[in-house]
Design a binder for this molecule. Structure first.
Ligand SMILES: Nc1ncnc2c1ncn2[C@@H]1O[C@H](COP(=O)(O)OP(=O)(O)OP(=O)(O)O)[C@@H](O)[C@H]1O
Ligand SMILES: [Mg+2]
Length: 340
């Protein structure tokens, strides 16, 4: 649906060159909710804005719906752009126009007839739950309501692709969740492909099936959310994951462990799927005749499955604990020693 091939983007400012994107390649399939996460300045917005040709790459290809943007005629390009809508952090509503007129605007610009506009705007205000606000002005709405209007305006043209640039960053956590749920519904009910850039892991965890992590103009990790979250490789990815999946042993437990006289080793185990953890832990204590103490556990729901992190202190001889470690790795379960 959307492909970025070896995208380089350079900006020239006051005679100085800065490279915002180094060599970015990504593929977003139809139906994806694809999240791009990174700190400020990573190049997320620059990348997003290439999809609707608000930015053009210095080198590299952007392909949308099979069309390479740099090579098609203006007419074809405007056809591609008609299929793409965008929502923004600060909503970008026209303050002097009513809610109805804001939502109607893209259709008015496309010279759609009045009766069709009326019907379509009503439908969408209903869909976003703000049918009663059609005569209000943006200044009379909360942030969450403004974003719902932004979403209604984005959908009014029946797009196939929705671009979201920090769409929830100006909202409180509860409102964020309600907007994310709305985006998920849009994806499922209208089969709209969503590309969302954010610095909030919450967004990725709640709705994305795919994620790319960007750092200084590069994509450093990308793939299924479960795979990237479950086994982050790079420091930046680990930092982001930590903001939603905690794996630190509480300090009081650390103190207890340090006071413990028996020989022990602390291992962190990761499991995917609800029921995987219990049988393994029981089996380990039986098979190796060791005592264990779960010092930290966290189960996070991701894309309909669960990621369980268990940090366990095992008490026993070093040779037995070595065996235990190998036994687990042989079963393709993630295990690593935690130094306490
Ligand atoms: N028009 C421009 N002219 C010059 N430099 C630019 C321009 N647009 C972006 N940049 C630079 O490119 C880099 C990437 O910017 P971009 O806005 O894509 O980052 P971002 O990841 O979206 O950051 P944020 O989270 O703050 O929105 C930044 O260093 C920025 O200053
Ligand atoms: Mg940005």
């Amino acid at each position: 649906m959307i492909e970025f091939h070896n995208i380089v983007k350079e900006f020239h400012h006051k005679g100085k060159k800065m490279t915002a994107l180094h060599n970015v390649s990504l593929k977003i399939d139809k139906g994806d909710i694809y999240g791009v996460i990174g700190y400020s300045g990573a190049g997320k917005s620059t990348l997003l804005r290439m999809v609707n040709a608000l930015e053009t790459p210095t080198t590299g290809k952007v392909i949308v719906g099979g069309k390479e943007l740099g090579t098609i005629s203006n007419q074809e390009l405007s056809q591609v752009k008609k299929n793409i809508s965008m929502i923004f952090q600060h909503f970008n509503l026209l303050e002097s126009k009513t809610v109805f007129d804001n939502v109607a605007l893209p259709l008015v610009l496309n010279k759609v007839d009045k009766a069709t506009i009326h019907k379509r705007v009503k439908e969408l205000l209903e869909f976003v739950g703000l049918a009663d606000k059609e005569n209000s002005y943006p200044s009379q709405l909360s942030g969450g309501q403004k974003q719902r209007i932004g979403i209604a305006r984005a959908l009014v043209t029946n797009p196939e692709i929705l671009l979201c640039d920090e769409a929830t960053s100006a909202l409180d956590p509860k409102t964020t969740v309600s907007i994310l749920k709305l985006l998920k519904r849009i994806n499922q009910e209208f089969n709209i492909t969503i590309l969302i850039v954010t610095h909030e892991m919450e967004v990725i965890r709640e709705i994305c099936n795919k994620v790319a992590v960007m750092e200084k103009g590069n994509v450093i990790e990308a793939g299924d959310v479960l795979a990237v979250f479950g086994n982050p490789q790079r420091e930046t990815t680990k930092e982001f994951v930590k903001t939603v999946i905690h794996d630190e042993i509480p300090s009081s437990v650390v103190q207890e462990l340090q006071a413990e006289k028996r020989n022990r080793r602390v291992y962190q185990l990761k499991f995917f799927g609800k029921t995987a953890s219990e049988p393994l832990l029981t089996k380990l204590t039986k098979e190796f005749d060791v005592d264990m103490n779960i010092v930290f556990a966290n189960v996070t729901e991701l894309q309909g499955t669960t990621l369980g992190i268990f940090t366990v202190a095992f008490f026993g001889e070093d040779s037995v604990l070595d065996h235990l470690y190998h036994y687990v790795t042989e079963r393709n379960i993630s295990i690593k020693e935690v130094i306490v």
